[in-house]
Design a protein around this ligand. Structure first.
Ligand code: CTP
Length: 151
């Protein structure tokens, strides 16, 4: 029998295949730090899918901004973003880690030019995707805990 852990939604976005335990980081990226009066959000943590354990976040009546999807890619490189309309999946996209990450991760080096000169956006070169390894274009620092540096 197929077990139903979290109900299907009518309209909105389902972020699926989040690494187990990372749903809270996805919520933080989406700016969901407390319950809001009109938003319905379902969170599944450590559910067993076809390919092992995963987290799922479902947000009703909301589509994600491109910048939010780019940030989610950094903590959930295999995530899919499913757009649901009238209970149907009308669009399924895999997130992508680009070759360069611009303006969404802060450099941990306080002396880096991207932290000291205002108009310069942070910029990292992606050295490896799984596991994710990035290097600051300006100061060559290779941050360890990337998820804590997402702006
Ligand atoms: N979903 C939902 N509400 C709907 C339709 C789908 O919450 N009305 C969820 C499903 O539970 C699933 C995700 O959206 O977590 C993607 O749905 P679907 O493409 O039908 O599932 P799979 O084929 O299992 O997706 P994948 O191949 O990406 O694993």
């Amino acid at each position: 029998m197929k077990e139903l852990k979290v109900q299907p939604i009518k309209d909105g976005t389902v972020i699926d295949h989040i690494p187990p335990g990372n749903a809270f980081k996805v919520l933080k990226i989406l700016g969901i730090t407390e319950s809001l009066p009109d938003s319905v959000i379902s969170i599944a943590i450590n559910v067993v899918g076809k390919r092992g354990k995963k987290d799922i976040v479902k947000i009703e009546n909301r589509e994600l901004k491109a910048e939010e999807v780019d940030k989610i890619a950094l903590i959930a490189p295999n995530a899919t973003i499913n757009i649901i309309r009238n209970y149907e999946v009308v669009e399924k996209r895999r997130v992508e880690v680009p070759d360069e990450i611009v303006g969404i991760v802060k450099c941990p080096n306080p002396n880096c030019i991207s932290n000291t000169r205002e108009p310069i956006k942070t910029r990292f070169i992606v050295k490896s995707r799984q596991p994710l390894k990035i290097k600051c274009y300006y100061c060559e620092r290779e941050p360890e805990d990337i998820s804590s540096l997402i702006m």
